[in-house]
Design a binder for this molecule. Structure first.
Ligand code: 13P
Length: 343
């Protein structure tokens, strides 16, 4: 195994006050976001959008690694450079989403299991040859009446662990992402209980599959009330619930934690990350970073709108969100100062 390389890459991804940019929306997800803004949904427009992102001036000052999608890693930027090489040149480690999406879990109405293990060993070798140094796999856990089931949690945890072991065999750092969705009207405590059960199961499976924790990153949800819950909890309660859960369920050997944003507003995601780093800095055994997609990209996407003329303004908005999250890693994000630009 490539133990030292894995440890070095994992550490580099969460070093200092930088974080990750997820720009790995699958084609249907990217198209859905484009359609919502009336942007044309073609491979060429998706390429232009991703070109805007990776050519953002000084992005490497805030972003340590960027996660690409299969279509993008095979495309060239407008400067005719493969996207992975363009990221490396900008001082950003290229990564790749390798799951094949969440599908209905047989026998478990309303629940999903992430697929993509078949042929994964060969795909990882191909991605590594294209320049990827880390990978991502997202499992989706739904909270509902009687949900999630043990069947759903165990099937997803097992797949995450099989994926992570294959990544490490191929020399790629696995980002293990068990996302408990925000959808629903459940209170904060229910998200906490479900997330804790999921994390215990995931780390049990990672141990069983002999995954090296020092050479992986965890990409979890924050512990939040459901999006439709009347009590939306204050920032400190979210920080305490989230870190309390992680301190009980995430082994200290894990190289780092990098949150997904999950549909929170950009400003709220930064505010909550900042509060967690401020309140728990001295008590955390792992760096607490970000691996946001929507919370970094959304303002830039709305400004860009598919128009080349808007690229500089969109890049400015993207850099601004990246810089805000960099401040949040230090516990120094000031949402009041950011207010005029919030989305
Ligand atoms: P969001 O930050 O938009 O939740 O996306 C993160 C991600 O990579 C989901 O897999």
């Amino acid at each position: 195994m490539h133990a030292q390389r894995l440890v070095d890459t994992a550490k580099a991804l969460v070093a200092g006050d930088k974080g990750l940019l997820a720009m790995d929306e699958s084609t249907p997800t990217c198209n859905r976001r484009f359609a919502g803004l009336g942007i044309a949904q073609t491979a060429e427009v998706r390429r232009a959008y991703r070109d805007m992102i990776v050519t953002t001036p000084r992005l490497g000052e805030c972003i340590s690694g960027a996660i690409l999608y299969d279509e993008t890693i095979r495309q060239l930027t407008f400067a005719d450079t493969p996207f992975a090489q363009a990221l490396e040149a900008a001082g950003i480690v290229p990564g790749i989403k390798v799951d094949a999406g969440a599908k209905e879990l047989a026998g478990h109405c309303g629940e999903l299991v992430t697929e993509g293990l078949d042929g994964l060993r060969e795909r990882l070798i191909e991605y590594a040859a294209m320049g990827a140094r880390f990978a991502k796999w997202r499992a989706v856990i739904t909270i509902g009446d009687g949900l999630p089931s043990r069947g759903c949690i165990e099937a997803n945890a097992h797949a995450l662990a099989r994926y992570a072991a294959l990544c490490q065999e191929a020399g790629l750092v696995p980002i293990v992402e068990p996302e408990v969705l925000m959808d629903g009207d459940h209170p904060l405590g229910r998200c906490g209980a479900v997330t804790e059960e999921v994390l215990h199961t995931v780390f049990d499976q990672l141990h069983t599959q002999e995954v090296m924790l020092e050479g992986m990153l965890l990409k979890p949800n924050m512990i939040l009330p459901g999006a439709d819950c009347a009590d939306q909890s204050n920032v400190d309660d979210v920080a305490d619930a989230t870190l309390g859960c992680f301190l009980r369920a995430v082994p200290a050997a894990v190289a780092g934690i990098a949150f997904l944003s999950g549909g929170q507003s950009s400003a709220l995601a930064s505010t909550r990350l900042s509060a967690m780093n401020l309140r728990f800095k001295s008590r955390m055994p792992w760096p607490l970073a970000f691996s946001f997609a929507r919370a970094i990209q959304q303002p830039a996407l709305e400004i860009w709108h598919g128009q080349a003329a808007n690229v500089p303004a969109a890049q400015q908005a993207l850099f601004h969100r990246a810089e805000c999250n960099r401040a949040a890693r230090r516990g120094e994000y000031d949402s009041a100062a950011d207010a005029p630009r919030q989305t």
